[in-house]
Design a protein around this ligand. Structure first.
Ligand SMILES: Nc1ncnc2c1ncn2[C@@H]1O[C@H](COP(=O)(O)OP(=O)(O)OP(=O)(O)O)[C@@H](O)[C@H]1O
Length: 281
């Protein structure tokens, strides 16, 4: 389970990317994070795996506090986080099998990692996972011979072989056509279910989020302004996420004036206006 509390990030440029975000992702749920460009989605994911140092806040993964970890402790915690990237981040000249096995490098001693000396069980698992993601028989192909969809499947297999406690996925479909995007999203959610691992996906395509996620969270200007099921993501929520309209503060203000309008005695002018209206009818 990932638990994030009051996460804040201000870059050295003064840009406030995250302004106190709370989020929990657990079980085998798929949570899609949506929001306009610059809302802070990538910063959030990068803070969780500490590629970006948060300014403040707490991040727990299955009870381990990730902020503040250094060196070996940080390396070990990162083994528990499977990352899947927009641009796949494969080593082009290596084979599919070699790319997948790099997901196990963090589990080997430095010497074995240097020699890429993987135990037989890792290789067996790589075969099994490649089969699961639909790349059975392609183990010896070089990464640069693959299509975008195939590359992303290698990226998924490489993350899954880590045995992660969570999958963090950054714009997995941005470089893919709509049909392949759909297949990749389905694969991710199925794998989450099968392995009992939660998935947090940062995604631009709202339709994909709606059709594949269990829960959607919306960021605007570094703040979480929506959290709900795909069915709850109505036009008003979309406005709040993409235009910053009707955020909690605005709603409270509106509600207050509505309440006032209902309970406060109208002033003299209002009475006059209303009488004119009545008299005129
Ligand atoms: N390395 C950086 N240095 C300074 N400011 C940054 C850096 N990275 C991001 N920002 C700023 O932080 C804010 C959030 O950016 P971030 O990339 O997290 O948003 P995003 O929602 O992922 O956007 P996109 O969907 O375009 O990728 C933006 O204002 C951005 O300019």
């Amino acid at each position: 389970m990932l638990e994030v509390a009051d996460l804040r990030k201000t870059y050295s440029t003064g840009d406030v990317a995250l302004n106190g975000v709370d989020l929990t992702v657990e079980g085998s749920e798929t949570v899609a994070m949506i929001g306009p460009s610059g809302a802070g989605k990538s910063t959030f994911i990068r803070c969780v795996n500490r590629l970006t140092e948060p300014t403040s806040g707490e991040i727990y993964l299955d009870g381990t506090e990730l902020t503040g970890l250094k060196n070996d402790a940080l390396r070990s915690a990162r083994r528990d986080i499977g990352m899947i990237f927009q641009e796949y981040n494969l080593v082009e000249r290596l084979t599919v099998m070699e790319n997948v096995l790099t997901g196990r490098l963090g589990h080997l001693s430095a010497w074995k990692a240097f020699r890429r000396d993987f135990p037989a069980e890792d290789v067996d698992r790589a075969f099994e996972i490649l089969d699961r993601v639909g790349l059975g028989g392609m183990e010896n192909k070089r990464a640069d011979e693959l299509s975008g969809g195939q590359r992303q499947r290698v990226g998924i297999a490489r993350a899954v072989i880590q045995n992660p406690k969570i999958l963090l996925v950054d714009e997995p479909t941005s470089s893919l056509d709509p049909e392949t995007s759909d297949v990749v999203m389905e694969l991710l959610t199925d794998i989450a279910d099968e392995r009992g691992v939660p998935v947090l996906i940062n995604i631009h395509e709202v339709d994909l989020a709606r059709s594949h996620a269990d829960r959607i969270v919306g960021l605007h200007d570094g703040e979480l302004v929506f959290e709900g099921t795909p069915g709850e993501l109505d036009d008003r929520s979309m406005d709040r996420i993409y235009r910053g309209k009707g955020r909690t503060a605005d709603i409270e203000e509106t509600d207050e004036s509505a309440r006032d309008g209902g309970t406060t005695e109208p002033d003299g002018d209002a009475i006059e206006r209303s009488e004119r209206t009545v008299g005129g009818t």
